[in-house]
Design a protein around this ligand. Structure first.
Ligand SMILES: Cc1cc2nc3c(=O)[nH]c(=O)nc-3n(C[C@H](O)[C@H](O)[C@H](O)COP(=O)(O)OP(=O)(O)OC[C@H]3O[C@@H](n4cnc5c(N)ncnc54)[C@H](O)[C@@H]3O)c2cc1C
Length: 421
């Protein structure tokens, strides 16, 4: 079958890979000059089943109200975004009820475990490297109550295969001495030994090349899909500046822009762009660099070491499709990391510091939106939110199985696009 994938981020390229591996003739249409140019470009680098909790946790409304207008808060709602946010936002709050939230947590955790298995298999099969590391992840806590709540969530996730170990401050430093400077402030930490890290952009670009070389995937850059031509309710072609592109089946892997592309086809896809920032420091000589990546749940920042680079990421801003890069928000991310690793300060050089921002394609309830739609030959693979790098191999493998008539390796019902009806 001729399958056309729209979007060349980590989700689109993994989709193309698994489809081509199954013998389909695959084309990827990407509007940017290179693959992984948008949200997959400089994310936190963590493959974290441990972080499967959807962001609409039961207290989220209070957090949003408490932090409104506060530039240094990890979660920021900009008033100008409110009109465009109403419908999605109400759903986001509705799904924050404990019952929904626990369901979404289990769906995400099981999917993340499956995804990491697929990634390991892909790495073993291809030998692909992407500044990756398999050292687990440490979640640190300064507050006992937050640690207790995270331990409770970890117990739920353990039931679907996310392993963890509770550590006191001394055991944390014993596991990775790089955390010694923070030991005095720590209430404790949780270690997730099976989590990983790596550069999503490098992975996507290298996998795209491999897909072209090994499976003949046709990669088309500078190609924006502007609209559709349909016949009898099916998509026949996409209209682009390079002319019409055809396909028997279509996959939208267009991240935060999926709602715009689906709407002319009569589909409403509940995805909202949640903006985040990252800072990358080139620090190949940082002797005190952690071996184990960091998630600081209270300060809402993460850190990973990608080869000789240190990547820090965080903040969630509800501000529509605004991609302006605010240095103050990047400084916040950096300062929140320096609280744990003060030694990094000596390695910050303005000429090598790279600030970045991107839009997380956040679904209304938490799990991604994957599977067939009411348009018979259109499939969605989107809505991966803060977990797109973690989920990439899993969601794409499942979708490729489904499209090829195989039984998917995991129940896809909780991911189905029509689950909101
Ligand atoms: C600050 C930050 C930190 C993050 N950290 C992590 C992390 O540590 N771990 C993790 O698992 N996840 C993380 N994420 C989330 C993860 O990066 C995303 O979920 C993931 O990159 C989404 O991938 P995607 O392929 O769906 O979207 P994208 O990478 O945005 O790809 C979509 C592609 O579609 C293309 N496109 C859109 N419209 C059209 C059109 N009309 N025609 C043609 N092409 C089009 C775009 O150009 C784009 O390349 C983070 C996100 C952010 C913002």
């Amino acid at each position: 079958m001729k399958v056309t994938v729209v979007g060349g981020g980590v989700i689109g390229i993994t989709t193309a890979w698994y489809l081509a591996e199954r013998g389909h003739e695959v084309t990827v249409l990407e509007r940017a000059a290179s693959m992984a140019d948008e949200t997959s470009h400089a994310n936190g680098g963590l493959l974290h089943a441990s972080h499967a909790e959807p962001w609409n946790s039961p207290g989220v409304l209070w957090d949003l109200l408490r932090w409104i207008g506060r530039e240094n808060s990890p979660l920021l709602l900009r008033p100008h975004a409110l009109p465009g946010l109403m419908r999605w936002g109400l759903g986001f709050l509705r799904y924050s009820r404990r019952r929904h939230h626990e369901h979404s947590l289990r769906v995400n955790a099981a999917l993340a475990v499956y995804s990491l298995e697929r990634l390991r298999a892909l790495r073993a099969e291809t030998g692909l490297r992407y500044d990756d590391a398999q050292n687990g992840i440490l979640k640190v806590f300064n507050d006992q109550a937050t640690l207790d709540a995270a331990a409770e969530a970890s117990r739920h996730m353990d039931e679907v295969g996310v392993r963890y170990r509770l550590l006191d401050p001394a055991a944390t430093v014993e596991l990775d001495p790089a955390y010694a400077d923070a030991a005095d402030q720590l209430a404790g930490a949780i270690y997730y030994p099976e989590d990983e890290s790596g550069d999503a952009c490098l992975f996507t670009q290298r996998l795209a090349e491999l897909a072209r070389e090994r499976h003949g995937v046709h990669l088309v850059n500078n190609c924006t899909v502007e609209g559709w031509r349909t016949e009898g309710g099916r998509i026949v072609a996409a209209r682009t500046a390079q002319g019409e592109m055809t396909g028997d089946a279509w996959v939208l892997a267009t991240g935060s822009y999926t709602p715009q592309l689906a709407r002319p086809l009569g589909l409403r896809v509940p995805i909202y762009p949640v903006k985040g920032y990252s800072v990358t420091i080139h620090a190949p000589d940082w002797a005190g660099a952690p071996r184990i990546p960091l998630i600081d749940d209270e300060r809402k920042v993460v850190l990973s070491v990608l080869g000789g680079r240190v990547r820090m990421a965080g903040t969630a801003e509800f501000t529509g499709y605004d991609l302006s890069l605010r240095k103050a928000r990047c400084d916040n991310v950096l300062n929140n990391v320096l609280a744990t690793f003060p030694g990094l300060r000596d390695h910050i050089a303005p000429e090598t510091r790279e600030d970045w921002c991107g839009l997380r394609p956040m679904s209304m309830d938490g799990p991604p939106i994957v599977g067939e739609t009411a348009v018979p030959n259109l499939y969605l693979n989107s809505g991966t939110g803060h977990l797109g790098w973690t989920f990439a191999c899993g969601v794409s493998h499942l979708l490729a199985q489904r499209l090829s008539g195989e039984t998917p390796g995991l129940d896809m019902a909780p991911l189905a696009p029509d689950r909101y009806r």
